[in-house]
Design a protein around this ligand. Structure first.
Ligand SMILES: Nc1ncnc2c1ncn2[C@@H]1O[C@H](COP(=O)(O)OP(=O)(O)O)[C@@H](O)[C@H]1O
Ligand SMILES: [Mg+2]
Length: 351
């Protein structure tokens, strides 16, 4: 079986490193404090949190705010997540005081519980009631963990949602929140701006790429015998980005095992992956404005002029901010194009 995995949460043999981060998260979960975990997309936040939470015997609720449409929807999704852990029968008596009684139905085929509320003009009471159920199911002996992914979306969900949520969370005990976010500047504004309701809500932990030595060992030990040498070339291309490193390693492994490619294995694999995504990249490129295209081109060629303070620089800078917001550019030690295959595609097409 291919020993490399990408795209979904990784655990077990697919998971590497993150030793100090794991220890830090465990330590925080062993306190009344909350955790804020920030990194660009696909750096491994979900995988790390899944690893840490699954190692405890504690109940854990996961919600991705990207898929929450409104305050009512948040309340409904929260209840739905609670019913995944505790059977509804056991919770009925805890919901007697609900001011708006939710309609709960079970899909006869999938067994999935669906929740809906009568329309109300006051979504705050739905949120308060749903959160009061959380207080009842958590205890000092089994402290609940609530993971909210893509937390920066909190400000888009509904008017005043962040304020109400924070004021409810403020009073809760016996639980930990882990708030994940992939948009650094928005996460910083939420947790570090004095005027924000979530100012200093918890400790901010930044997840970086996986260290070169760890990834090198990881790849080397998994490649077929005699092909260990590919590891360095893979990392030179992916710059240790967790997702793209696994993706390219998986492709290289397949090419060695099934396609009997012996010469220029890594380069061939890169070309195959770039070709596979050609259509996506072309579409993506078409949707960018000229300034952003130029910025990406300069980044790809490592010619970005950020040294002097000319007007061109400030235009480039606002373009960089825009590209970071949409995830095409990340700042690690310096600005880089997030997807190394897209970078290669740009270089192939501009010359
Ligand atoms: N600790 C790790 N060891 C090996 N690969 C990892 C690790 N963390 C992440 N990855 C790679 O990155 C991909 C994205 O990880 P994920 O946890 O979904 O990131 P995020 O939640 O930050 O978007 C995974 O599918 C895997 O290929
Ligand atoms: Mg994730």
């Amino acid at each position: 079986m291919n020993p490399f995995k990408f795209g979904t949460i990784v655990d077990g043999i697919f998971f590497t490193d993150r030793i100090s981060e794991t220890a830090l998260l465990e330590q925080k979960l062993d306190s009344e404090n909350h955790i804020i975990l920030i990194s660009p997309r696909r750096f491994g936040k979900s995988s790390l949190v899944q690893k840490v939470t699954s190692q405890t015997a504690r109940h854990c609720i996961n919600l991705d705010l990207q898929y929450v449409m409104s305050i009512d929807d948040f309340a409904a999704q929260l209840l739905k997540a609670v019913f995944k852990i505790f059977p509804i029968e056991k919770l009925r008596h805890l919901m007697k005081h609900f001011r708006v009684v939710p309609t709960i139905s079970t899909n006869a085929i999938t067994g999935v519980v669906e929740i809906s509320f009568q329309p109300t003009s006051n979504a705050t009471i739905l949120l308060e009631d749903a959160m009061s159920l959380i207080d009842k199911i958590t205890s000092s002996t089994n402290r609940l963990i609530i993971v909210l992914d893509e937390f920066q979306e909190v400000i888009k969900i509904g008017k005043g949602f962040d304020k109400i949520l924070r004021s409810i969370m403020q009073k809760q005990k016996n639980l930990n929140y882990i708030l994940l976010g992939s948009q650094e500047s928005m996460m910083e504004a939420i947790f570090e701006k004095k005027s924000s309701p979530f100012y200093h809500f918890g400790q901010i932990i930044r997840l970086t790429k996986i260290p070169h030595v760890d990834f090198l060992n990881y790849i080397t030990s998994r490649m077929p015998e005699g092909f260990e040498f590919v590891a360095n070339e893979i990392l030179d291309f992916t710059l240790c980005h967790p997702y793209y490193t696994q993706q390219l390693s998986a492709q290289v492994w397949d090419n060695i095992k099934y396609r009997d490619i012996k010469d220029k294995i890594v380069e061939t694999s890169i070309k195959m992956l770039v070709a596979m995504h050609d259509l996506d990249y072309e579409r993506l490129w078409q949707n960018l404005n000229r300034t952003d295209r130029l910025t990406l081109r300069l980044l790809a060629e490592a010619k970005l002029p950020l040294q002097n303070r000319s007007k061109a620089v400030s235009t480039t800078y606002s373009s960089l901010l825009r590209l970071m917001k949409s995830g095409y550019v990340v700042k690690v030690e310096q600005y880089e194009i997030e997807d190394p295959f897209f970078k290669r595609w740009i270089l192939q097409n501009i010359n």
